[in-house]
Design a protein around this ligand. Structure first.
Ligand code: FAD
Length: 247
């Protein structure tokens, strides 16, 4: 099986297995990017954090992702504006832009060496029909406040491009270098990271929550499920809402 570049070009982690019952202000289930950034921010504000990862950190979806930080997800803003309204589409765009700015800020403040680069991002087409959709997308994205551009040529070695939308100032990075550095910082700040420690269940109690692994439990005031897909059915019953989609 092919191994992602992010995984093959970084060292393996060796965090311990959970071997006793423990307590924390916050227990984060899962050790991907959502966990790493959340744990970074929580420990920065002085919270006691325990992270439980069933395998090894950064080997899930994050370690196998494209590692781009963009607000551009296909042609999405025309759809968001039509289906959910202008304000909703603007919130989506602004929160995506803020997420990239946050990553940039953390990387600069912590001097994380993770090949972070600001780059333009493009969606392009070779079809006349889609070119019209791209023109409409450029128009709505500009109204939402981002300086998108309609181009007929892009700086990529591709033939027959008819139209493209450019989002300026997006980013790319080595996602595992970033994630591993964040967990190292969390660890240095006293955050506890456990690998090969699968969470089987969690329940609410009078003081917060109890999180159960095979042999131990964590009592925590708050629990954050950062498992990509929810592993526990409360709150929200998301398993009922999940389905495979075709784009
Ligand atoms: C092919 C692909 C490419 C993508 N590319 C991008 C991209 O370029 N840019 C972008 O922003 N997003 C991208 N995404 C979206 C991506 O999913 C998120 O950006 C992000 O990496 C998800 O991080 P996560 O922490 O939620 O999940 P993960 O990285 O999957 O982390 C979840 C962790 O939880 C652990 N876990 C699961 N169950 C348990 C349990 N019971 N107990 C303990 N631990 C458990 C898993 O082992 C895993 O390590 C891509 C997605 C896919 C599928």
């Amino acid at each position: 099986m092919d191994i992602s570049y992010w995984i093959s070009s970084t060292p393996k982690t060796n965090y311990p297995i959970l071997e006793k019952d423990m307590e924390a202000e916050v227990c984060i289930i899962g050790g991907g990017l959502v966990s790493a950034v959340t744990a970074y921010l929580l420990t920065k504000s002085g919270k006691e954090v325990i992270i439980l990862e069933r395998e090894q950190v950064g080997m899930g979806v994050t370690g196998n992702s494209t590692a781009k930080l963009t607000s551009q997800h296909g042609l999405f803003y025309q759809y968001l504006n039509n289906e959910f309204g202008f304000d909703f589409a603007k919130k989506y765009l602004d929160s995506n832009q803020e997420a990239t700015s946050l990553a940039k800020k953390i990387i600069e403040e912590e001097q994380i060496d993770c090949d972070f680069e600001i780059q333009d991002s493009y969606v392009f087409t070779t079809s006349k029909q889609e070119a019209e959709k791209i023109a409409q997308e450029v128009s709505i994205v500009k109204k939402l406040g981002l300086n998108a551009e309609y181009l007929t040529k892009i700086p990529l070695p591709l033939k027959n491009i008819l139209a493209s939308i450019r989002f300026p100032d997006q980013a790319q990075l080595h996602i595992r270098k970033y994630l591993l550095s964040l967990f190292e910082i969390v660890n240095k700040r006293g955050g506890k990271i456990f690998e090969h420690t699968k969470v089987l269940d969690a329940e609410r109690n009078l003081d917060g929550f109890t999180v159960y692994t095979k042999n131990h439990k964590i009592n925590a005031k708050k629990v954050i499920m950062a498992t990509h897909y929810p592993i526990i059915n409360f709150p929200g019953f998301y398993f009922l809402k999940m389905y495979q989609g075709k784009k």
